[in-house]
Design a protein around this ligand. Structure first.
Ligand SMILES: CC(=O)N[C@H]1[C@@H](OP(=O)(O)OP(=O)(O)OC[C@H]2O[C@@H](n3ccc(=O)[nH]c3=O)[C@H](O)[C@@H]2O)O[C@H](CO)[C@@H](O)[C@@H]1O
Ligand SMILES: C=C(OP(=O)(O)O)C(=O)O
Length: 422
């Protein structure tokens, strides 16, 4: 078992480069299944989740060349299976986005039902309603979801009750090969949806409106492979911005699109952080005091739930009262207990609200990463805590941060990964 050892107190200074976006490349890799010829993808982050989705595709018969760093060639000429088993899906819920492309390409898909996770129950009802509207027959038994459309899918008008990212992706991919036009109303508008749609269009799909509140997909008969370069990871970039702010540092984040960071940049500025935006880099400095602010998570373009834990870590050391309202997931406060163990003063008001009184003097201790972004929050708190913070359950952090130790060390942090006997 590995642990992270963080010794707090160092000011972060320098330049750090963001990797490709985990939440863009996972559905994009799944989407490659729609192409009858190989695809080549670039800016693929080296992450456990990427290895997992590649494992699912290999199981389906896709030949994957991952010999070049940050690149993948996916030969999807022949798909030989229609099933993704539990062992592959259980470690990563996002594996479920294979269902849409597999159903469209094979007329049949059977995927293990993803479980809940530390941040919420995360049902898949919106995905399934969408597939049914496209004419698929859905059954659920023995822990699997099975979708059938032996005569192909048919375009439909679909209204999503909530702009779910995964449901938008899954339905959009399935609709690419449906007969006729699909209209998806109230879809997710995240930049990762736009990146996926751009790749699908390069593959021969006809999608308009991705990134707005109506997506129209005109079905095509065949799709082919394509070249694609993934967008930068806005959540990884945001995590380094907060690291810079909390340590009163001076950091340039490279490979970041400021356009995708608007809600976070607005809140950082409100908290007193100095931000300079350039085309593909952001300069973050924090010479003065951090001020408490109020944050409410929302679907894009609102403040991202995937930045909530990290932002809360920053609020613990900011002057005055801050509040957080988590509206996207019903149980995304697992980091509160751990931050309080480090000396923070956070009170939850039900499952979705938190009040943070600052500034707290954080002190290092043994903590656990309860999920991916909670793990990032522990690292951030450790960077400013007095003494040593030891973080366990690193598999969560490995899902979504490429070389976080190397990148933070490059900025001057005192952080190392050690192996300990169980
Ligand atoms: C791999 C990936 O891209 N993950 C992101 C994706 O997750 P994911 O796609 O799972 O998130 P969703 O947007 O689907 O979920 C948002 C909310 O909708 C609910 N819901 C969702 C689907 C459904 O069928 N029924 C339903 O009720 C969920 O329980 C949750 O409360 O978007 C989330 C919200 O920005 C991010 O936190 C995740 O990092
Ligand atoms: C919640 C996240 O990912 P996933 O949807 O894969 O659990 C995340 O990236 O913060």
């Amino acid at each position: 078992m590995d642990k992270l050892i963080v010794r707090g107190g160092n000011r972060l200074v320098g330049t750090v480069k963001t990797s490709g976006a985990k939440n863009a490349v996972l559905p994009i890799i799944a989407a490659s299944v729609l192409g009858e010829t190989p695809s080549h993808l670039d800016e693929i982050p080296k992450l456990e989740d990427v290895r997992t989705i590649c494992g699912v595709l290999r199981y389906l018969g896709v030949k994957i060349d991952d010999s070049r760093e940050h690149e993948l060639t996916l030969d999807t000429t022949r798909i030989s299976a229609y099933e993704a088993p539990y062992e592959l899906v259980r470690t990563m819920r996002a594996s479920f986005v294979v269902l849409g492309p597999l159903l469209a390409r094979m007329g049949h898909a059977r995927i293990s039902q993803p479980g809940g996770c530390a941040i919420g129950s995360r049902p898949i009802d919106l995905h399934l309603k969408g597939f049914e509207a496209l004419g698929a027959k859905i059954s659920q038994d023995h822990g699997f979801v099975e979708a059938y459309a032996p005569n192909g899918l048919k375009g439909a008008d679909i209204y999503l009750d909530f702009p779910s990212v995964g449901a938008t992706e899954n339905i959009m991919m399935a609709a690419c090969l449906a007969e006729g036009t699909t209209t998806l109303e109230n879809p997710a508008e995240e930049p990762e949806i736009v990146d996926l749609a751009n790749y699908l269009n390069q593959m021969g799909a006809r999608i308009r409106g991705a990134g707005t509140d109506v997506i129209r997909i005109e079905g095509v008969k065949h799709m082919h492979g394509a070249e694609h370069i993934a967008i930068p990871d806005r959540i990884e970039a945001g995590t380094y911005m907060i690291a810079a702010a909390m340590t009163h540092g001076d950091v340039i984040i490279e490979n970041v699109l400021a356009e995708h960071q608007k809600p976070l940049l607005a809140k950082l500025r409100e908290a007193g952080v100095l931000i300079e935006e350039d085309i593909d880099r952001i300069h973050v400095a924090c010479p003065g005091e951090l001020k408490g602010v109020n944050v409410k998570t929302l679907p894009y373009p609102g403040f991202p739930t995937d930045m909530q834990a990290q932002f809360m870590a920053m609020m613990t050391i900011s002057q005055g009262r801050s509040t957080v309202m988590e509206t996207v997931f019903e149980n995304r406060f697992m980091h509160v207990v751990e931050l309080n163990r480090m000396g923070a003063n956070i009170a939850t008001t039900g499952a979705r609200g938190a009040i943070i009184e600052g500034p707290a003097k954080l002190t290092g201790c043994e903590v656990n990463a309860s999920d991916l972004r909670a793990g990032a929050a522990m690292i951030l708190a450790g960077l400013v805590a007095e003494g040593t913070t030891t973080i366990g359950n690193l598999h969560h952090i490995d899902r979504g941060y490429e070389d976080i130790v190397g990148k933070l060390k490059g900025l001057g942090a005192d952080i190392q990964r050690i192996s300990v006997k169980d």
